[in-house]
Design a protein around this ligand. Sequence first.
Ligand code: HEM
Length: 105
Amino acid sequence: MAAAVDALKKIRTGEVKRHKTNESYWVIINGKVYDVTLFLEEHPGGEEILIENAGTDATVNFEDVGHSTDAQEMMLTYLIGIIDDNDGNGGGGDASSVTTDLITL
Ligand code: HEM
């Protein structure tokens, strides 16, 4: 399991923030980064809410909805990386807060 997390691309929070345009929409959920650009039209909850949450940590909003197991499996399709702000640039990231839990299929 740890190997799978290690294999994920490390992405800074600041980079995610830039992905909220009509070309690219990323969200952070539980320390992982999802590119939902191609998912907007398919999202059962509508594209508007994904656009509103793009570029941010949407963990709380995502969990408030109480997404189903199906939804959580679907997320894997859009997983592109893991948040890692600990790259020595003093970005204020807290690597210890990065979750390493994996969704069990
Ligand atoms: C990759 C990320 C996401 C996936 C794969 C996803 C998937 C889904 C799916 C499959 C549903 C249908 C209900 C269910 O099965 O739970 C749903 C509903 C919904 N989602 Fe998402 N979702 C994602 C991110 C988000 C985010 C970031 C928000 C922000 C609040 C959100 C808000 C909602 C809402 C409001 C509904 C409608 C709930 C209802 O009608 O009761 N989703 N989503």
